[in-house]
Design a protein around this ligand. Structure first.
Ligand code: 13P
Length: 254
């Protein structure tokens, strides 16, 4: 049984006081997480204060990115060791905004994945097709290639339990989402690719999330799908009542 995972990606939103306020509001709404794990990925500047405050809650900490080296002359970058220092357990890798706006390549994602595994941070590797690719009908090929490149050269025995997120680029922040059935189809295909590259038990141990304009109203539809193990939420994670409703959607009868 894969435990459902609900991840808040705050992106470049929330100062430290704003982040703490949002966390406090959410922990008033959600006092325990019976059926799922909930992870917050605030901006780096809020990680320190958040990692202290989160100890009083049932939630966990994640980061939005990291560098693939432990230290060195990489001005402006964040080492995985800094994240571990702050009790960060999860890290988003290869988010489409990193890939599209900051030139992150599959090779960089591959190196980050190796380092995250080495540091025992749980990677959430993001993949997804652009609108053009979606229209051309190449979604499966694009995602298959992103997965292969991320896993190239990785030790198969180290891959159990890593997390993936299918985020169609055309669905991010646009209000347009894939239907639960479309997302299920892609995610099922992802699990098949993962089984081919690793093996069936390893692929079955990996959680695969859907992300892209997830709302409180739509959460349950995705969570009902057999291969969708959780949600990666942007905009709706900034509104406590909406995010709380998304968390509760994991508890509702399927
Ligand atoms: P939205 O939920 O705002 O579309 O963002 C999705 C996302 O990119 C989460 O990582």
């Amino acid at each position: 049984m894969r435990t459902k995972l609900i991840v808040a990606n705050w992106k470049m939103n929330n100062t430290v006081p704003e982040g703490l306020k949002l966390l406090a509001a959410l922990s008033r709404e959600v006092r325990e997480t019976k059926e799922c794990e909930v992870v917050f990925c605030p901006p780096f500047t809020a990680l320190f204060a958040m990692s202290e405050a989160i100890e009083e809650t049932p939630f966990k900490m994640g980061a939005q990115n990291m560098h693939w080296e432990e230290s060195g002359a990489y001005t402006g970058e964040i080492s995985p060791l800094f994240l571990k220092d702050l009790n960060v357990q999860y890290v988003l890798l290869g988010h489409s905004e990193r890939r599209q706006l900051f030139g992150e390549t599959d090779i960089m994602v591959n190196k980050k994945l190796s380092q995250a595994i080495r540091q025992k941070l749980i990677p959430i590797v993001c993949v997804g097709e652009t609108e053009k690719e979606h229209k051309e009908g190449t979604t499966f090929d694009v995602i298959d290639l992103q997965i292969k490149k991320a896993l190239d050269g990785q030790q198969k025995t180290e891959l159990a339990g890593i997390v993936w997120a299918y985020e169609p680029v055309w669905a991010i922040g646009t209000g347009k989402n894939a239907t639960p059935e479309q997302a299920q189809e892609v995610i099922q295909a992802m699990r098949k690719s993962l089984a081919k590259i690793t093996d069936v038990p390893t692929a079955e141990s990996m959680r695969i999330l859907y992300g892209g304009s997830v709302s409180d109203e739509k959460a349950k539809g995705f969570l009902k799908q057999p291969d969708i193990d959780g949600l990666l939420v942007g905009g709706a994670s900034l509104i406590p009542q909406k995010f709380a409703a998304i968390i509760r959607a994991t508890e509702a009868p399927q």
